[in-house]
Design a protein around this ligand. Structure first.
Ligand SMILES: Nc1ncnc2c1ncn2[C@@H]1O[C@H](COP(=O)(O)OP(=O)(O)OP(=O)(O)O)[C@@H](O)[C@H]1O
Length: 550
């Protein structure tokens, strides 16, 4: 059956309606402009009439006769003098027009006294940084004109600077991080601490734009995000640097928030992540949030050096291969993960050589989540054991083509305890909690273009993916549901995201990982000797990686 076209008003209705509305608005504006004198005179006449009426009612009754007589005499005089009525009408219209003029107070042009004072003192503070003795016409000089140096400014309701454009001389070394940091520090101190500022340096036009940032929302709770497989939401950020938004629910409310999305897997350029923070800054929460997202499409091995049961809720769940809290279990699980990475590489490599697609058992993402590996490093050194970090070398180096992702969380002061492979191969970085600009630079490899705060809520920090921009980030609240301090709404939100149990909780011992003997039996021969004994081509992990098609 042929489909009948929609009536034009329905198919083009929106555009037509908008155009009509625009036309009507323009017509109304033009009519108001033309009729403005008439409107003004009418308003003035109304004001005069009401003033006259007020005067009449205010006049005591005994004096009203005299007033009436005075008015009548004026009317009589006007009537008898030549051109009197005409002149009277013109005078009345002129008075009405004057009375009917717009009396709305006009917006003050420019800053008030206290705002001017603020701008002046900011200008004076910048003089030593933006002036040079050899400059014949300095833009910055003590007692100079701040108006030329600050072409645009805005203040908030409290009278503090909300937005400021600063022009600076071309000889200022704006390409040097240290020079920039000095100016940013000064501007933060002078414009009011306790707020976050964004600094945009325009090196071409020698202008610095300072903008006060609104705090990031800290009320977002763990939930299912609308993301593609291979995408993990690390947290939420400002709309300025991220084009995309995710629809989120917050109780009854729905809103779109810009996320920081980390891409993992074969095509990822930052296949592994390192999160650092002060104690209590929320790194375990970030790991829990990542685990809940990873379990949607993959398997997870958790190794917790913190030993506070932060991941107990994952034990025995579908896809959770192990939750380890002890050194022995951590070593076994990480050893298995290293073998599994090699097995996947070899299997995928053989399939490539045979011209087949990679086998299914190499495609399911495997996540290795480590909380506080530095704690195990100390324990291992004390007990004369192997450092679990040494077992991460293969997953970190070769995990990407094998769909193996490593996520490590630790405390900021343990950065030095982390092994070289950990530091080299974790190109996605997160720093949480109160962090100094120097610490941020050490963790992220670049300073943020905002001012770090001294006090921040848990889960607040910065993220950087590879060599990309530094994002402010707020990790969604994903608390431990078994923690008594967790609120009921958050507990339910996390419990709903957990996969079903495949092992009864009481049967699930602390270590859930595959039996190492069984794992070894299942794994393909990974050394040249073993491979030769099995009649296969000798393939090591390195050789497999080298043969991996790019
Ligand atoms: N994103 C967040 N939103 C709300 N609360 C959070 C967030 N992250 C952490 N918290 C809260 O802060 C506290 C500490 O969090 P968490 O245990 O994750 O920190 P941590 O950095 O792992 O600390 P530690 O190393 O001491 O274990 C917890 O009570 C947690 O619920």
């Amino acid at each position: 059956m042929a489909r009948r076209p929609l009536p034009r008003i329905l198919s083009h209705g929106g555009a037509q309606l908008a155009r009509s509305r625009e036309l009507a608005r323009t017509a109304a504006d033009s009519a108001t402009d033309i009729l403005y004198p008439l409107i003004m005179i009418t308003r003035g006449l109304r004001r005069l009439a009401s003033a006259g009426l007020r005067r009449w009612t205010d006049t005591p009754k005994d004096k009203r006769g005299a007033l009436l007589f005075l008015v009548a005499s004026v009317v009589l005089v006007v009537a008898i003098v030549p051109y009197g009525p005409l002149l009277a009408v013109i005078t009345l219209m002129a008075v009405a027009a004057w009375q009917g003029r717009d009396r709305a107070p006009s917006e003050p042009d420019g800053p008030d006294d206290s705002q001017t004072q603020r701008l002046k003192s900011l200008y004076e503070a910048l003089v030593p940084y933006f002036s040079a003795a050899e400059d014949p016409a300095p833009l910055y000089a003590h007692g100079g004109e701040w108006e030329k140096a600050f072409p645009a400014y805005e203040f908030d309701a409290t009278g503090r600077i909300a937005h400021l454009v600063i022009s600076y001389p071309a000889y200022f070394p704006d390409g040097e991080a240290e020079s920039r940091a000095r100016i940013q520090h000064l501007l933060t101190a002078k414009s009011g601490r306790g707020r976050e500022y964004h600094f945009a340096w325009d090196e071409e036009s020698n202008q610095l734009t300072v903008t006060v940032l609104a705090p990031l929302p800290s009320d977002i709770c763990a939930q299912r995000y609308v993301t593609a497989p291979g995408e993990t939401v690390l947290g939420f950020t400002d709309p300025t640097q991220v084009q995309r938004t995710l629809p989120l629910t917050h109780g009854e409310e729905q809103r779109d928030v810009p996320p920081v999305v980390w891409r993992t897997g074969i095509r990822s350029t930052e296949p592994h992540l390192l999160a650092l923070g002060q104690p209590g800054s929320g790194t375990s929460t970030l790991l829990r949030s990542i685990a809940l997202q990873a379990l949607q499409h993959g398997d997870v091995v958790v190794v917790d050096g913190g030993g506070t049961g932060e991941y107990a809720c994952l034990t025995g769940r579908d896809g959770v291969l192990a939750v380890e809290c002890g050194l022995a279990g951590a070593l076994t699980s990480l050893e298995w993960a290293a073998h599994e990475t090699e097995r996947r590489l070899i299997a995928a490599n053989r399939a490539h050589q045979a011209g087949h697609p990679p086998p299914d058992d190499t495609r399911r993402p495997l996540w290795i989540l480590l909380d506080r590996p530095s704690a195990f490093t100390h324990l291992a050194a004390a007990d004369g054991h192997k450092d679990p970090q040494s077992l991460l070398q293969v997953p970190l180096r070769h995990g990407r083509p094998a769909n193996v992702t490593v996520v490590i969380a630790d405390q900021l002061d343990s950065l030095d305890v982390l092994s070289d492979p950990v530091r080299q191969h974790t190109r996605a970085r997160v720093a949480l909690g109160p962090v100094t600009a120097q610490q941020l630079e050490a963790v992220l490899g670049a300073p943020p273009n905002t001012t770090p705060l001294d006090a921040v809520p848990p889960g607040r920090g910065y993220a950087r993916l590879g060599t990309g921009p530094v994002h402010r980030i707020q990790v969604p609240a994903t608390p431990n549901p078994y923690d008594e301090a967790t609120g009921e709404i958050h507990r339910q939100a996390v419990l709903e995201l957990l996969p079903p149990r495949t092992t009864p909780a009481d049967a699930a011992t602390e270590r859930q990982g595959p039996d190492p003997a069984e794992a070894a039996a299942q794994a393909e021969p990974v050394t040249a000797e073993a491979a030769a004994a099995a009649g296969a081509e000798p393939v090591t992990a390195e050789a497999a990686v080298a043969a991996e098609p790019q």
